[in-house]
Design a protein around this ligand. Structure first.
Ligand code: GLA
Length: 387
């Protein structure tokens, strides 16, 4: 990989003097969906697929970007003096946003860069290719400019740039999972205060399979911001009679007692998901610690049902993938993962059922939806690094 990247860098930028190679992973969330902006828990892990980058600093303030995933766009130029969101600048708004956010947070970026990217996360699949680009950019800036930004801070800066530069009101999960990833571990993160612990994922005799619906989605054009606003409104209605900071503060019983304060039925359903999904995530991590993978899988399935019926972010593609998966012997659990509305599902599947899973879910999906899904048996990787 390194040689291919350097060769391309020379082709695009003339030479590779002073250039260094970096990597940041993608992520998959095992359980805890749409809880991260509701003060709840999430349980994601970093993957071994992600974004490779070659970067070097420049003597002037020019920014030159090139992505091997969007070769037709060619080299995209910009300047440190012009760090503004620009729709026509496409994917380069992510690295530019991070440079802007570094300056906002007091980490001085005072020279330009040549940056080449090559990602192997399927684009638009909901495995956080954009957060991966943000974190690899932050890591490059921190390393090359010797800013010593802790990885946790890189996550916060990445989210800040996505919220305030790219205009997507995402939570902290993706950037945190990527920046703090640890091989063979998932991260049990409490988004109310960013306290977290690593939980080893020892799937003896089973694999994690990601099924991509190939229905493209982007957070910007999805109903993501709308769901977030609905939860905020529901929280305000509950807060009128009860002193809580977020929906994540509520147990299921407390929610049932107070839910009629939420005037609109849809909003009540959204809040119910946020509360129950948070509690499910806590229970799932406990199940894993108790070595009760069957219960973990059952909670994954319940998570999907709640996202389908109460949060309404699945759609026929994700529902087909999950409902077909549930029919197969050897599937421990299966659910949509990420924002929803397209993207991927995550399933835990016993080793000897993996081939049947791919074949049966694949053909049922093609029959019903009309085009193929893709399947990836994935491994849990580490956070960003220099290669
Ligand atoms: C996207 C966002 C995350 C999170 C998930 C849903 O991936 O970027 O912050 O809200 O959706 O769980």
């Amino acid at each position: 990989m390194r040689d291919i990247l350097i060769k391309k860098f020379v082709e695009v930028f003339g030479d590779a003097d002073g250039a260094e190679v970096f990597f940041a992973p993608g992520r998959v969330n095992l359980i805890g969906e749409h809880t991260d902006y509701n003060g709840g828990h999430v349980f994601p892990c970093a993957l071994t697929i992600g974004t490779y980058a070659v970067a070097r600093k420049r003597d002037d303030k020019k920014l030159r970007f090139y992505s091997m995933n969007f070769e037709k766009l060619g080299m995209i130029e910009s300047s440190l003096d012009d760090l503004k969101f620009d729709k026509s600048a496409g994917w380069t708004n992510y690295p530019k946003g991070v440079m802007w956010a570094f300056n906002e947070k007091g980490y001085k970026v005072d020279c330009g860069f040549d940056i080449l990217l090559n990602g192997n996360i399927p684009n638009g699949s909901g495995l956080s290719s954009s957060a991966s680009v943000e974190i690899v950019t932050g890591y490059i800036l921190s390393e090359i400019l010797k800013l010593n930004v802790p990885n946790k801070e890189l996550a916060i800066i990445g989210q800040y740039s996505e919220n305030n530069f790219n205009g997507v009101n995402c939570g902290i999960m993706d950037q945190f999972a990527i920046a703090m990833g640890k091989k063979d571990n998932a991260i049990f993160l409490d988004t109310s205060d960013l306290s977290f612990e690593y939980a080893p994922i020892k799937l003896d005799g089973a694999k994690i399979i990601i099924s991509s619906s190939n229905k493209k989605r982007g957070l910007g054009d999805s109903k993501y911001n709308e769901r977030r606003a609905e939860c905020e409104e529901a929280l305000k209605e509950i807060q009128a009679g009860m002193g809580i900071n977020s929906l994540g503060d509520l147990s299921e019983d407390q929610f049932e007692m107070t839910k009629m304060a939420i005037k609109d039925e849809n909003r009540r359903k959204r809040a119910k998901h946020a509360v129950y999904e948070n509690q499910r995530t806590i229970k799932a991590v406990k199940a894993l610690k108790d070595n009760n993978i069957e219960l973990f899988g059952k909670l994954m399935n319940e998570s999907h049902i709640s996202l389908r019926d109460d949060y309404e972010v699945t759609g026929i593609e994700l529902d087909t993938l999950v409902e077909e998966a549930w029919k197969i012997d050897g599937v421990i659990g299966s659910r949509m993962t990420g924002a929803g509305f397209g993207g991927c599902t995550v399933s835990i599947v016993k080793d000897d059922a993996v081939d049947t899973f791919i074949e049966k879910v694949g053909s049922a999906y093609k029959d019903k939806i009309g085009y193929a899904a893709d399947f990836y048996v994935v491994e849990i990787g580490s956070g960003p690094c220099r290669l």
